[in-house]
Structure formats: structure tokens, C-alpha cells
Design a protein around this ligand. Structure first.
Ligand SMILES: C[S@@+](CC[C@H](N)C(=O)[O-])C[C@H]1O[C@@H](n2cnc3c(N)ncnc32)[C@H](O)[C@@H]1O
Length: 224
């Protein structure tokens, strides 16, 4: 069968050979890259809102056009839902509708997650839906579990849910979670009648298997 143009083509067929080493290094060192002024300013503004609202926070990281953010806001009317993406172009395509308990902001998550972790926001749920796969082996450090910000992502806590059409991405993420001591994860294929995001919709229409990985980062006692 011919590969569809959406098919993930990778020169990797298994967990990246250096992933353990990379994750261990990131867990053992501080990520010192300076925070960009733009992301700091957005965080400061949102921090006021989080403190004032006293609502549980739901993060929708890599939200793209914000379709999932809006959906989550409708699903959780008592939460403050924050959609985050670095692409002004994608965010600008968002059609704002009725719900008022969500915001969309342009940030670099490499910076933003560190600020959220430091401020200990009351994050109840954290969604990471269809992150860029970076399928070439040499780009392992661009995948979130291979990035220096990975420990901060874990420190944010909450119930983290990732979705991807590339099973290996989530297998690697699960492997990295295990490296960090989070052993209790749920990993499965799923189908949905109501896609949460444009990427989910187009992958499902192309008959891709959709995968999800869930971990509760707040309730687990880390085993290392
Ligand atoms: C494949 S798209 C998925 C978008 C959306 N979740 C969906 O499923 O339709 C990945 C998104 O991650 C965003 N992204 C990648 N790196 C980022 C970063 N460092 N900070 C913020 N957003 C980032 C991109 O701008 C892009 O919108």
C-alpha cells in the first residue's frame, strides 16, 4: 500500500539509542537558557489571572488553532483553560465563540513551562495533542521528551495526556517518564467520533491509528 502524505517516515524503528542518556542528563542539570521577554510578559499577565481566579488550570500546550482549547473550556466550565502555541499564524485562525473561560496565548513552551513549574500553578489537566513528531533520528532533542525542558514539563504536574499518530513518539515519551520515575501510565489506541483538533480529524480521515498516553503527574510517588 502506498504511504499517504501524512504517514510518518522515520529512519528510527525503535526507542532512540541515546534517549536514556539524554533524559538522565536533563533530569540532572538545570535548563539555563534565558526566558524570552515576550513569553515572560505573557506569563506575568496570565499569572495575575490564575492567582485572581483561584480556578483549577487546564493547559492545552501546542494548541495550534485552539479548537481543542475551546472544546476543553466547554467541557470544564469551572476551570481556566489556557491554550498555548508559538505560531501567531495558527492562533490567528481561531474562531472565538461563546465560552469565556479560556484564553489563547503565543509563547515558547521551552520558556513558559519553566515559569509555570516555578510558580506551582494549580494545573489539573495538561494536554499535548499531536506535538510535532520530528521523526528524523538526529532531531531527538526537538521531541518534548528529548528536550531540556522535559523536567519542567513533569514538574508542572496534573493529569498529562498526549496524543499522536506516531506510536514511537509516545513509546519514547513513556520510556522517558519511566526514566523520571513515573511508572504508572496508560497507553492505548483509540477512535473518536468527535475529533478534538484539526490534526486528529485529518489523521482519522486518513485511517491512521490514533494513540494516547496518559499519566497522573501529581498523585504518583516517583519511584526514584
Ligand atoms: C502538529 S501541530 C498540532 C496542533 C494542534 N494540537 C492540533 O492537533 O491540531 C503542533 C503545534 O505545536 C506548536 N509548537 C511547536 N513547538 C512549540 C513551542 N516551542 N512552543 C509553543 N508551541 C510550539 C506548533 O506551532 C504547532 O501549532
Amino acid at each position: 500500500m502506498q504511504a499517504s502524505s501524512l504517514e510518518i517516515i522515520s529512519n528510527q524503528s525503535d526507542i532512540h539509542e541515546h534517549l536514556e542518556e539524554i533524559v538522565q542528563k536533563h533530569l540532572a542539570t538545570d535548563f539555563q537558557k534565558p526566558i524570552s521577554a515576550h513569553t515572560q510578559a505573557v506569563f506575568d499577565r496570565l499569572n495575575e489571572q490564575v492567582l485572581q481566579s483561584q480556578k483549577p488550570v487546564i493547559l492545552d500546550s501546542c494548541c495550534g488553532v485552539g479548537e481543542s482549547t475551546q472544546h476543553l473550556a466547554e467541557l470544564y466550565p469551572d476551570a481556566l483553560v489556557i491554550g498555548l502555541d508559538k505560531s501567531a499564524c495558527r492562533l490567528a485562525k481561531h474562531d472565538a465563540l461563546s465560552s469565556h473561560n479560556y484564553v489563547l496565548e503565543r509563547v515558547d513552551l521551552n520558556d513558559f513551562w519553566r515559569l509555570v513549574a516555578q510558580a506551582q500553578w494549580p494545573v489539573y489537566k495538561h494536554y499535548l495533542l499531536y506535538p510535532n513528531p520530528w521523526p528524523k533520528s538526529k532531531h531527538i532533542r526537538r521531541r518534548w521528551h528529548g528536550a531540556a525542558v522535559f523536567p519542567a514539563l513533569l514538574q508542572i504536574g496534573g493529569q498529562l495526556e498526549l496524543r499522536s499518530n506516531w506510536k514511537l513518539y509516545l513509546e519514547e515519551f513513556q520510556y522517558a517518564l519511566h526514566q523520571a520515575g513515573f511508572m504508572d501510565t496508560t497507553f492505548n489506541a483509540f477512535q473518536t467520533e468527535h475529533p478534538m483538533t484539526p490534526f486528529e480529524r485529518k489523521y482519522q480521515l486518513s485511517a491512521h491509528t490514533l494513540w494516547q498516553l496518559q499519566v497522573d503527574l501529581s498523585s504518583q510517588v516517583r519511584s526514584r
